[in-house]
Design a protein. Structure first.
Ligand code: HEC
Length: 63
């Protein structure tokens, strides 16, 4: 498979803010990549675990 060359980007405060907005809200990355408290309604993210990994998707799912 042919891959595109990575685009060189310059980090700017505006780009980091846009990325944080997308990751933390629009694309819900942290819903999976954080620990969640499944004993509470809607399984809220446990503070301090954001982006540290989280749900395991393995053979236990979909069986
Ligand atoms: C529905 C749950 C879910 C959401 C939402 C999610 N991820 Fe993931 N992510 C996973 C799982 C599961 C894996 C591990 C996949 C695997 O190992 O095959 C993973 C893997 C990754 C990896 C590692 C890829 C690698 O090659 O090792 C990165 C980086 C990542 N996710 C970033 C993100 C970002 C950025 C977002 C938001 C745009 C996001 N994830 C949203 C579940 C999710």
């Amino acid at each position: 498979m042919e891959r595109m060359a990575p685009e060189a980007l310059t980090s700017t405060p505006a780009r980091r803010a846009r990325g944080a907005y997308l990751v933390e809200h629009v694309t819900v990355c942290l819903d999976c990549h954080s620990q969640r408290d499944w004993d509470l309604y809607s399984a809220p993210i446990i503070a301090g675990t954001e982006g540290q990994g989280g749900e395991t998707f393995d053979d236990r799912h979909g069986v």
